[in-house]
Write a protein that binds this ligand. Sequence first.
Ligand code: PEP
Length: 251
Amino acid sequence: MRIPFVAGNWKMHGSKAMIQDHLGQFTQQASALNNVKIAVCPPSLYISDVQSKLAGSLIAVGVQNVCEQAGYGAFTGEVSVDMLADFSIPYAIVGHSERRAIYGETDAQVADKVAALLASNITPILCVGETLDEREADQTEQVVAIQLNAVIKKVGAAAFANIVIAYEPVWAIGTGKTATPDQAQAVHAFIRNLLAQHDQKIAESVIIQYGGSVKPDNAATLFAQPDIDGGLIGGASLDPIDFLAICKAAA
Ligand code: PEP
């Protein structure tokens, strides 16, 4: 029995005022929801503010990226897994398509980040997904398999007991174009089957979120698909009413 998981990716949005307003409205009602796990992932600078605001609730705080180098050192601008552990951060998004496309993160680097997080008992939310060109060239499964296999090669399939996967078709992120429930389900089933070739039990238990223009009006049909276990939500997570509606749709 998989408990759906909804995480909000604020990207480079937020402010102290927004945290007070947004989370003030959201937290009480979201805490009353059963059968759904919820996390918010603000920019790292705001982690402490968000943690204070969510103190005493079951809503978790995650980050949007982490350095693949553990410990401390000369890596200007980076945040390590040890620092996340210092703040008791339970989740970190890795391999988001914006990190891959804008900052050139490779599959190998993403796999290294996953390994570093697991070594610190922090759950990676591992993003995979194809571009529009790749989908139109019928390469969706091939691309997703390459992204996943890089991580499996690094940490092993059994490690997926402690990894959340987010299938995020790049063409659906921030575009208002959502994958149809059938399109999304097909890739989610493919991902689960790929893992099942290594470990049936892990494949059945792994949480696979869908991400890409999830809104209150499409969340329920997406989350009703048998292999979709909640979502990674960008734009709509910045609106407390919309994010709450999406969390309710997963519960
Ligand atoms: C995301 O950034 O992970 C995302 C899914 O964005 P959006 O919901 O805005 O498409």
